[in-house]
Design a protein around this ligand. Sequence first.
Ligand code: ARG
Length: 481
Amino acid sequence: MSDSDDNKPASPAQSDAQGESARSNQMWGGRFTAGPAEVMERINASIGFDQKLYAQDIAGSMAHARMLVSAGIISREDGEAIREGLGAILREIESGDFAFSAALEDIHMNVENRLRELIGPAAGRLHTARSRNDQVATDFRLWVRDAIDGIEKALQDLQRALIDQAEKNAETIMPGYTHLQAAQPVTLGHHFLAYVEMLGRDRSRLADARVRMNESPLGAAALAGTAFPIDRFMTAKDLGFDRPMCNSLDAVSDRDFALEFLSAGAILAVHLSRLAEELVLWTNQGFQFVELSDSFTTGSSIMPQKKNPDAAELIRGKAGRVIGALNSLLVTMKGLPMTYGKDMQEDKEPVFDAAETLLLVTTAMRGMIEDLKSVPENLLKATQAGFITATDLADWLVRELGLPFREAHHVTGSLVAEAEKRGLNLAELPLEAMQAVHQGITEGVYEVLSVEKAVASRRSYGGTSPKEVREQIERARERFL
Ligand code: ARG
């Protein structure tokens, strides 16, 4: 019996579940005469959710068995029987033929118990020099690593969809906002590319977390390492880890890899939520900047005219789950003394839920973006309100009349007030009216008052002009796709 199995109840029910005679737990029953209370079994069992770790658990056991043979700790015959049995269990689980038992608590004991049924006593040698503490830490790292790979791929696909839309809308003019007030004209392509950048950083945060988590806890055993002559480098390599973790206490007790995943995931969820919110706004009757496809909207059972942006709303809403998952695990971990505590069994559900949610929202967002159609007339119309070229006018006063910017700002403010009084936009304000505010103003000013000219003039690196947007698209394709 390994150290990991201290403070565990016996479980006669588990044997019943396996169709055997009632007796105390065969994993640690030597010390126990009675089984657990029914409610104890319910609070203790994690198999309802940790069965998701089956492939990682079996891979970890395969690697461990191979290493035990190579280190001369178990015989070649036992090693072979164990590996064959594990292979059979993998097939049983994948074909849905495996009967998971709550009495066997978790995925580790379900697999080991089945192995005993399949190959007999040799199964008992698999747990030599190992504990469920290093086993679960290993399985979970492998699982999170795979989850990151899946989400990263989905993010790249979403970036591709956004870049394609940016290309289609490199010249589509729209209001850029600050405070959700029209600020300066920009292009819709530029706007989409902003999200491409955010998602690029999300990918890089996930990739960073992946690098740090890619070390193997296996062989830390319960907490202190083991007296058996194991080879942790061999199992680490076998499982695709870069190296074994350096400290056995740390290996079994920290979940910062999961927290990093959830932190990066929460930031990603927030980015997607902001984009989702914009889609909700942009499909509102007051904007009508874009149209979403029927595939990503729903109708109303009572109001025939409705086309609701449900997918966007749900992406916005589901950010709450992912942020909640991060909070949940942070709070679970914050008061735990070293090393493993059973509290840590609570690490899995939030991570599983967050990973599933992130993949779902990223994929749904990609679908919405791919199908989306912009409505350039409405985007352009929205730039006609709000004196959106006022900055261009102030810049012109600086450039052409040599005014200090602060004074130009003041003059422009007066021109805006004058236009507002007359119910005109800046480009419609007659020259005499302008000259009444500042007599140096000439006909040439109208050149910069059109939104097309304003947008085209912003050619600084990263700026909004169609030319610069096309260059950003080139760079984005090279960096991200
Ligand atoms: N089901 C457990 C978990 O998820 C596995 C580790 C149990 N270790 C122990 N010493 N009881 O954390």
